[in-house]
Design a protein around this ligand. Structure first.
Ligand SMILES: *[C@@H]1O[C@H](CO)[C@@H](O)[C@H](O)[C@H]1NC(C)=O
Ligand SMILES: *[C@@H]1O[C@H](CO)[C@@H](O)[C@H](O)[C@H]1NC(C)=O
Ligand SMILES: *[C@@H]1O[C@H](CO)[C@@H](O)[C@H](O)[C@H]1NC(C)=O
Ligand SMILES: *[C@@H]1O[C@H](CO)[C@@H](O)[C@H](O)[C@H]1NC(C)=O
Ligand SMILES: *[C@@H]1O[C@H](CO)[C@@H](O)[C@H](O)[C@H]1NC(C)=O
Length: 499
């Protein structure tokens, strides 16, 4: 009996998992992105790791094993701030948008690196076993990975072209589109040409302009002897990305690229009473309409707003509209406006039949999870890609902003309200949920894996840092061509000895 007891204690001790001191760095003031990082960092703390998180979004309630280092930035207020395009064109230009994004990234770099809380951490004698950081528009706080000589796990809400070469992942423009590009997987010659040129433009701009600016700011704080941030960031062991083949196109994945698309989807909770009642009492179901957390929909040009209200008046369904104003001019009877709604809980209510959305990845994911068909009106960033993918997968229809009219809105709604469409959306939801392991467990497993292994460079391919002529086999192709040409030449001369 005693022996058994001792044995079982030994077994318990032996299997007690090692815990680590983990630093999370999330340097972008974007609340939707944080929705993806929060559950992961909290779960790590729950499992007994000591977690320190640098971000703009501290926890409301203190948590065991979890410490916040809060960044503050009063100069950009992004929430509900972006006005809608006023003309019939979508105002966001493919060739300008990435520039805007990266300049915003540079702003967050400066705010982050120069903040007092960061200096405090820098001057402390704390040590970390692992750094978990967001990959998006800047590499600045990668300097911490160097300072602590700790392995790095990246998390990204959208896998962008300039992150592919950090782990040597294929990014062949023949079939892989960067999330910022607005085309599907099956490309025409012109689309392949455009993808190739945009990839080159993005990479060059990132490597030779943004990296340089990031480096300058970081070196002011971390010291002149800071190695190149581009080199430090290529030391990354693993990237967890917000994609999955139910919501994004299938791409080739190296072992160090792990898909955790949908990890932000938590438990469905009970709705506020007034909203639930409104949804319950609609005999023909409800259309939920939200353009996300960044856009101010009350900046809708009047003519566009009227297209929607006119289309809604023709439908028996009720409409729940996220609208950031107390009033809406000429609001139809069947429309309820709310400044904020718990989106997942609304979408998963069985009486919600359609989601009209701008196609942000997080909202799209929630609708796919709940099996609600979408009408997607993309505006910028990865939204067009998301719209095309959803349409391709049977989860909804794509309605370009410049195509908006009462008729096109009405037609799009009628087509997705069809029960046949609902069936397709439910099938997509099944595909989304059919995974080998709960997503949070997948993420935690791989983060702990990197800590256990003390870094995991073996998860990346040898393509990293390879000159492009080698990667594209240009030298081999040239050599083979030369041989073939020589043979043709020799044969030709042997056959015509008189020449
Ligand atoms: C948008 O297009 C509609 C229909 O083609 C037209 O009536 C309207 O004047 C246009 N608005 C602007 C701002 O160009
Ligand atoms: C990359 O990681 C290795 C091993 O952890 C370390 O020796 C090296 O200094 C790192 N390089 C940079 C530029 O941080
Ligand atoms: C809405 O309907 C559900 C299911 O019939 C019911 O459980 C819930 O109490 C209703 N809520 C309200 C506010 O009427
Ligand atoms: C709400 O809309 C009214 C009328 O369109 C406008 O005058 C007012 O400024 C808006 N309020 C806010 C907070 O945007
Ligand atoms: C948008 O409108 C143009 C011109 O009418 C049309 O060719 C195109 O197919 C429309 N796009 C979609 C996705 O409906």
């Amino acid at each position: 009996m005693k022996i058994l007891l001792i044995l079982s204690i030994l077994v318990t001790l032996g299997s007690a998992e090692q815990t680590y001191n983990i630093l999370g760095i999330f340097p972008h003031n974007l609340v939707s992105h944080q929705m993806m990082f929060d559950p992961i960092m909290k779960k790590l703390a729950n499992k007994g790791h000591t977690v320190t998180v640098i971000s703009y979004f501290p926890q409301e309630k203190p948590m065991k094993n979890y410490r916040d280092i809060t960044l503050e930035d009063s100069s950009v207020e992004l929430l509900n701030s972006i006005p809608l395009p006023s003309s019939n064109e979508s105002s966001f230009n493919l060739y300008y948008e990435f520039y805007y994004m990266l300049e915003l990234g540079q702003h967050f770099c400066e705010v982050g690196v120069k903040s007092a809380t960061i200096r405090e951490l820098l001057n402390s004698d704390e040590r970390f076993d692992l750094v978990v950081t967001e990959l998006f528009t800047n590499n600045c706080l990668f300097a911490f990975a160097h300072k602590f000589n700790a392995p790095v796990v990246g998390i990204t809400s959208t896998f962008l072209h300039w992150d592919y070469n950090k782990i040597g992942n294929p990014s062949n423009p023949a079939y892989i589109s960067d999330n910022l590009l607005t085309m599907g997987e099956h490309k025409t010659f012109m689309e392949r040409l455009e993808t190739t040129l945009l990839n080159l433009l993005h990479q060059t701009f990132y490597d030779y302009y943004i990296n340089f600016k990031n480096q300058k700011v970081s070196a002011e704080v971390f010291g002149r002897d800071l190695p190149l941030l581009s080199d430090i960031s290529q030391n990354i062991s693993l990237i967890l990305t917000n994609s999955h083949l139910s919501i994004t196109p299938s791409i080739s994945l190296v072992p160090g690229l792990i898909e955790i698309g949908g990890i932000h989807v938590g438990d469905v909770k009970k709705l506020p009473e007034d909203i639930e009642k409104w949804i319950n009492q609609s005999d023909h179901g409800v259309i939920y309409f939200s353009m996300g957390s960044l856009i101010r929909v009350d900046t809708f040009p009047e003519e566009k707003r009227e297209m929607f209200t006119n289309a809604f008046r023709r439908l028996p369904q009720r409409v729940l509209w996220k609208w950031e104003n107390d009033t809406m001019p000429e609001k139809p009877e069947n429309v309820m406006i709310q400044k904020w709604m718990p989106q997942l809980d609304v979408l998963c209510h069985p009486n919600v039949k359609v989601f009209i959305t701008h196609g942000g990845m997080f909202g799209v994911t929630e609708a796919v999870y709940c099996g609600v068909p979408m009408v997607i009106i993309p505006l910028f960033s990865d939204q067009t890609t998301n719209a095309l993918t959803v349409e391709n997968n049977g989860g909804g229809v794509h309605l370009p902003y410049e195509n908006l009219s009462e008729e096109s809105i009405y037609d799009a709604l009628i087509s997705v309200l069809d029960p046949k469409f609902n069936k397709k959306a439910k099938a997509l939801s099944d595909r989304f949920k059919d995974r080998p392991m709960p997503l949070l467990e997948t993420a935690i497993y791989w983060i702990e894996y990197v800590a256990r292994q003390g870094g995991a460079p073996h998860l990346k391919t040898a393509a990293i840092g390879m000159p492009f002529y080698k990667y594209l086999l240009l030298d081999v192709i040239a050599f083979l061509l030369l041989i073939v040409l020589s043979i043709i030449f020799v044969v030709y001369y042997l056959a015509n000895p008189k020449l």
